[in-house]
Ligand binder design. Structure first.
Ligand SMILES: Cc1cc2nc3c(=O)[nH]c(=O)nc-3n(C[C@H](O)[C@H](O)[C@H](O)COP(=O)(O)O)c2cc1C
Length: 246
């Protein structure tokens, strides 16, 4: 029989799993506040990226990734987490409140993902050029829908080219901005620091200097465009409120 949630034993493990989530510039902009069986997830705005992310949009998405990991970990350990998002209008930094009391009677779908939390990595190189089968694409679309978002695969060559052009254009705009480059360089850390975009310790000062000093938008844009054009699957992930805003 499954045991009731033991806050002392298990909270730290759940939070460790949550903190393995991806985050913009690997800023890990989250704080966990524990009170018995309730874990509060707060935005740590001291880790904001004012130039790259002026509205804290990516910061909020990063915290959403940590929330997803927390849900997966809780489900994987046999609990049924109750999640309230933005539970207190007086505390806007409190993005979610997760209550973990009840052992789940039946499997929670997220539990199947537990083993992937530690395997997941951001991959920036070229993908194997092999079609993604339509069943897998359907699962991805459905997974986004379940979470109240939408995923739109770009299936025509015209749409793919357009997206690849936009990626290159975005690179050019960002790299041309010295404040954006300074912010990026400030988050390039040797691996031992834990957060930030990791660079080899010896090369870190040179890499930071190069990024701060030179507009490499042209080269980065061309590479990203080529990667996008050759990717087996390109898709746009968003929510209805994104569409309204744009
Ligand atoms: C909201 C968000 C935006 C991101 N944007 C980029 C990006 O523009 N380019 C990129 O190479 N990686 C991007 N990443 C990936 C992060 O850099 C990555 O998650 C972080 O460095 C930690 O590495 P990991 O995912 O391998 O754990 C983004 C991640 C998140 C959550």
């Amino acid at each position: 029989m499954k045991k009731a949630f033991n806050a002392n034993d298990q909270t730290l493990t759940l939070i460790q799993k949550a903190a393995l989530a991806p985050s913009s510039h690997n800023t890990q902009p989250w704080i966990f506040r524990v009170s018995n069986t309730i874990i509060g997830l707060l935005a740590d705005r001291t880790r904001a990226l004012p130039v790259n992310d002026p509205d804290d949009r990516e910061l909020t998405i990063s915290c959403g990734c940590a929330l997803m990991n927390l849900r997966i970990a809780a489900a994987g350990f046999g609990y049924c987490p109750q999640v309230e998002t933005l539970p207190d209008s007086k505390e806007p930094d409190l993005l979610a409140r997760v209550t973990i009391t009840r052992a789940s009677d039946s499997p929670v779908p997220e539990e199947a993902l537990l083993g992937f939390i530690e395997k997941r990595r951001t991959y920036r190189k070229r993908f194997v050029s092999r079609d993604v089968d339509s069943v897998t694409v359907g699962h991805l679309v459905e997974a986004a829908r379940t979470e109240g978002a939408w995923l739109r695969p770009l299936s025509t060559e015209e749409a793919r080219q357009q997206a690849a052009r936009l990626v290159a254009e975005g690179d050019a705009i960002q790299w041309a901005n010295p404040s954006w480059r300074r912010e990026l360089a400030a988050w390039m850390h040797p691996r031992r620091r834990g957060d930030g975009l990791t660079v080899p310790a010896l090369a870190a000062p040179v890499s930071q200097l190069v990024v701060r000093t030179f507009d490499m938008g042209g080269g980065v844009g061309a590479k990203d465009r080529q990667l996008a054009e050759s990717s087996p699957l390109l898709a746009v992930l968003g929510t209805d409120s994104d569409s309204e805003r744009d």
